[in-house]
Design a protein around this ligand. Structure first.
Ligand SMILES: [Zn+2]
Length: 345
């Protein structure tokens, strides 16, 4: 069955959540450079993160790191491996261990409504096409963070729980939601949790790319036959890579930092196949144009082109959604949401 496809999303209001990227380019760049240094001290990658084919010569270079495109599945791999040591050193815990003000709870809800409710609605709408109603759905969200996605599913009357390694995030999320939907589990336990869950859907929003032991997590999904669907979003090998590689003094949000490898349609299909699933639904919306816009604005500020920057911004921002939609439809944009479905035997 060919996957059902959906494209685009309005980014108008989302910009406000990412203003730090605009205002603090140099700070963000230093942070990414530090992570690149840590990655460079890891062993060289010899095989593709997804299909394990031997890797050959680098295909592109950005912000001090080489990237190798897998000849078999197209997956873009950094030349160094993401290891447990790398993960320990780059995933710094945010400080959620305080009392939470009403203003913060309001902020949580508005972030949830703007970013995560649409993701939950997409899942619900697709699975309704599969003949499942909301009460038939039971979701285990892995890498649940503060529970934005779990809370969104509850809002749609879908049963959901989440597992997360950060205790602070779990406490924060449970406190805002007023229940115990999130569970703090270590990395090894999380694999056991997937193997034993009775949920029929596993979700992983912006998570798969960060898993050092991705293969073990995928195996656990394959082996647990109550799981029929995997809903995920991942960063893609996309236009943003070229925008970043050609703007070395701008913060590399997409290819760098904790993103040590980027997916392609082929590598996602390979991953699905490897666990006996197929790609059933896709929703493609990237933020490549947002990245391009940011690089131009950062460079204009650096060259003291402030008046022209405001003029450019006024002309350009109304076009951004439409320009991004062109990139999304080309299939080479920075983010893909997809639902994998277990193949019938
Ligand atoms: Zn590969």
């Amino acid at each position: 069955m060919a996957a059902q496809k959906k494209y685009g999303k309005s980014f108008g209001k989302l910009n406000s959540f990412k203003t730090g990227f605009f205002e603090n380019n140099d700070g963000m760049l230093r942070m990414a450079d530090k992570m690149a240094d840590i990655l460079s001290s890891q062993p060289k990658r010899t095989v593709c993160k997804i299909c394990e084919s031997p890797l050959s010569a680098p295909f592109l270079k950005s912000h001090g790191l080489n990237y190798i495109k897998c000849e078999k599945c197209g997956h873009l791999n950094s030349e160094f491996e993401d290891t447990d040591d790398f993960a320990d050193r780059v995933y710094v815990q945010d400080d959620y261990s305080r009392n939470y003000s009403e203003a913060e709870k309001e902020q949580y809800m508005s972030r949830r409504d703007l970013i995560y409710i649409p993701k939950a609605e997409f899942l619900r709408d697709c699975l309704e096409k599969e003949g499942l109603s909301a009460e038939d759905m039971n979701v285990l969200d892995i890498g649940a963070g503060c529970g934005y996605f779990v809370s969104s599913l509850h809002e749609l009357k879908i049963a959901a729980s989440g597992i997360e390694v950060s205790e602070n995030e779990v406490n924060y999320g449970n406190s805002v939601m007023g229940d115990e939907s999130l569970l703090c589990v270590g990395l090894t336990d999380s694999i056991r949790h997937i193997r034993e869950t009775s949920a029929n859907i596993v979700s992983a929003i912006g998570v798969l790319e960060h898993l050092v032991h991705l293969k073990e997590n995928l195996c656990a999904i394959r082996e647990n036959e109550s799981i029929s669907y995997l809903y995920a979003s991942v960063p893609m090998f996309s236009f943003s890579c070229a925008f970043e590689a050609s703007h070395q003094d701008c913060y590399n949000r997409h290819m760098g930092g904790t993103h040590t490898h980027l997916f392609t349609d082929e590598s996602i299909a390979y991953m699905a196949e490897s666990i006996g699933f197929e790609v059933a639904y896709e929703w493609r919306f990237g933020s490549d144009i947002n990245d391009l816009y940011r690089f131009i604005m950062v460079e204009l500020a650096r060259t003291e082109n402030n008046a022209f920057a405001s003029y450019f911004s006024e002309r350009f921002t109304p076009l951004m959604d439409e320009l991004q939609l062109v990139l999304d439809k080309s299939g080479f944009s920075s983010e893909l949401h997809f639902i994998l479905k277990r193949r019938k035997r």
